[in-house]
Design a protein. Sequence first.
Length: 292
Amino acid sequence: MTLAVLGPGGVGGLIAALLARAEHRVICLAGDRTADVLRQDGLRVDSEQYGAFTAAVEADTRLREPVDAVFVTVKQTALDEALDRVPPDVLGAAVVVPLLNGVDHLAVLRRRLPSAQIVAGAIRVEATRTAPGRIAHTSPFTQLELGAPLGEFAEVLRQAGLDVSVRDNESAVLWDKLAFLAPFALLTTRHRADVGTVRSGHRAELLAVLDEVAAVARAGGAPVTAEGLLSLFDRIPETMKSSMQRDAEAGLPLELDAIGGAVLRAGAAHGIATPATARLVAEVAQSTGRVA
């Protein structure tokens, strides 16, 4: 297949490298500097799950030909500008799988790319771009969930090494992830600590936020419970950090509105009180100098 990856950072770079290693044609869409590095050196991955390897990819600043599918793996804060690299008339009816945080991006993509098949996606992984074309994959898993049955495409992803599951409810796909991600991102960023420290040193606060977010997620269509989320928190490696925490440490824009704001808006829409989550969002904004 011919596939494009819009935003070959931690997540996008890992996916692009795995697909290229499986001998698919991969075009990475990025800025000039990153595209130049990728053309010359390819993608270099250091992974706990897949080992260390280098994969050759193509790179450009703009999509110039039709492809079978596009992964959108930029930050929510950069989505509007990044989509300028994907002209709708060139993309046509391709499959588009956004792996963004939050729930609001599907509407943006369907408005900007009206002929494409937009498929809700969620990924659970810890992967970081340490430099252009350099990816550190530090979680022992890469779990990808799709919100539509894609048949051959899903099998292509599995053969490349991704753990792929398929559901027929796109709202559940997005809220299932956000129900875990929002407490994880907000608490690790607020306390500047890994998840092990959060679940041991701030457990009461964690439990309060899990109760609120689980209620909002259920209203959004995801069959989650606070008990189930807590069990997941207690199982993941204690050294895990959230991408929001890493962005805060690096002084980068935060997806605070896409993650925390989405929970607050949905809670208000469904009449569900979210005081602990609202306090966290405000504290993260204040402590990082961002706007909530």
